[in-house]
Design a protein around this ligand. Structure first.
Ligand code: SF4
Length: 449
């Protein structure tokens, strides 16, 4: 069980030296107990105390890594129940289901979906990350052949699913170096699955009712197995969501370690209607699933799920930003027009899409305004003439241009005179459209087309 603040306090040096950033050791202990401080912040904790405190300072939901290298994925380590409290940490991993009863063409089609259905949005890569391989035949050799085949077709992580520990043992023997998640141990098979997990150093998923799960996780952690994922799916979607909430609440609010693990949920088994399955999977992403397994990741479903996931897992307190700098569109040259705007990612992507759509070669200066949009940055004193002019002059854009004309967003037309003064008489400031949607027409007119 997690330690209380007072129990932690008793293990601290009690010198109140303040080096951890807290006024007293007691304040630090309380924050540590609440998961709001790092043990490493106190340089004076003894090794003996560290060992006892590591439990208290561990994340209330363990982080579990599946796969290795660049394509590994971590689930868990969440700290809050609601996204608006802080932020969610490790985005739900989406897995595509592949069964050993499928034909070679079907398997290839699924892997193509996993490997190729990748999208970029506001600078982020959106994709599914795991292949969930299920033994439907009960034939260990057949399943092993599937695992070997898929291992060679994708560098993404693997989930191996069978009720039989013998089947899993055979399959792990050909892919342990990829650190797959083995799934799913029950009360009856927990010992056999734990032995495989320990020997092959792979994470293990367990399944059952909440009471069963508590019993199995306690048994496995006592045996030294730490990387556990919980499958608490029920026959009804309502009960599945209920279990997800119980697990998350127990781990975060009660610091109940036996449920302090990420979860896996099988949307693929909940309906035969593919569109409805995507809807159910989206609900599971919203309500705490660490991994969601789906039957298809064709473009409409993967885009819907990954955009939903992105919205849930971006930090609501930190705007998404672009790097400050010079951006090129449609192969500009020295005569191409120059525009300027702020580094709020949404502003950038809307403006850049319109410039691209205009097909007019152009330069775009993105200025660091701490992620504020044009009007907000202007009213906060970040996108104002005496800040913009030095940025333009130092940006190096003058070396690329044969002219000194710059277009500002229509919403800040009022700063054109001052901006002109700050830039100097050789520059000419023009006021562009207020709405990004009018940029193509504006640029085409400027280019005489
Ligand atoms: S750094 Fe350690 S000893 Fe100093 S006040 Fe913080 S908890 Fe106490």
């Amino acid at each position: 069980m997690a330690l209380t603040g007072i129990q932690i306090f008793k293990l601290l040096p009690k010198t109140n030296c303040k080096e951890c950033g807290e006024p007293t050791c007691l304040a630090f202990a309380m924050k540590l107990a609440a998961g709001k401080a790092e043990l490493a912040s106190c340089p004076y904790v003894s090794d003996e105390a560290k060992e006892q405190l590591s439990e208290a300072s561990a994340p209330p939901i363990r982080g579990v890594v599946i796969g290795t290298g660049d394509n590994s994925i971590k689930v868990g380590e969440e700290l809050v129940l609601y996204r608006h409290e802080k932020t969610f940490v490790n985005p739900t991993a989406i897995a595509i289901l592949i069964e050993d009863s499928m034909s070679d063409d079907e398997i290839k089609g699924k892997i193509d979906q996993l490997n190729n259905n990748t999208y970029e949005r506001v600078g982020l890569i959106l994709k599914a990350h795991l292949a969930a391989l299920r033994c439907k035949s009960g034939d260990a050799a057949k399943f092993k052949a599937l695992v070997e085949k898929v291992s060679g077709m994708t560098s993404d992580g693997l989930i191996l699913i069978s009720d039989s520990a013998d089947v899993i043992k055979e399959a792990v023997s050909v892919c342990a170096d990829k650190k797959p998640l083995i799934c799913g141990a029950t009360k009856d098979t927990a010992d056999a699955f734990a032995a495989i997990a320990k020997e092959s150093k792979v994470p293990v998923a367990i399944k059952g009712s909440i009471d069963d799960v508590i019993e199995i996780t306690q048994k496995m952690t006592a045996a030294g197995i730490k990387d556990i994922v919980i499958d608490a799916d029920e026959a009804s979607y309502k009960d599945t969501i209920k279990n997800q909430i119980i697990i998350r609440r127990a781990a975060l609010k009660k610091k109940f370690r036996p449920l302090g693990f990420p979860t896996i949920s099988f949307a693929c088994d909940m309906t035969d209607d593919k569109l409805f399955e995507t809807t159910l999977a989206a609900g599971l992403i919203n309500k705490y699933a660490g991994i969601v397994v789906v039957s298809e990741i064709d473009p409409p479903s993967v885009l819907a799920l990954t955009v939903n996931r992105m919205n849930i897992y971006t930090d609501p307190q930190r705007p998404m930003v672009m790097d400050q700098g010079v951006y090129e569109f449609n192969n500009p040259d020295a005569n191409s027009p120059l525009l300027i705007t702020t580094n709020f990612a949404l502003t950038y992507f809307i403006v850049s899409a319109e410039i691209e759509a205009s097909r007019v070669p152009a330069w775009l200066l993105i200025m660091d305004t701490e992620g504020m949009s044009v009007l907000t940055a202007w009213s906060a004193g970040k996108f104002v003439a005496d800040a913009m002019a030095p940025f333009v002059l130092k940006s190096g854009i003058s070396d690329k241009l044969g002219h000194k004309n710059i277009i500002i967003p229509g919403y800040v037309a009022q700063l054109s005179g001052e901006f002109q003064e700050e830039l100097g008489s050789e520059w000419e400031v023009a006021v562009g459209p207020r709405e990004a949607g009018d940029i193509p027409k504006y640029l085409r007119k400027l280019a005489g087309i």
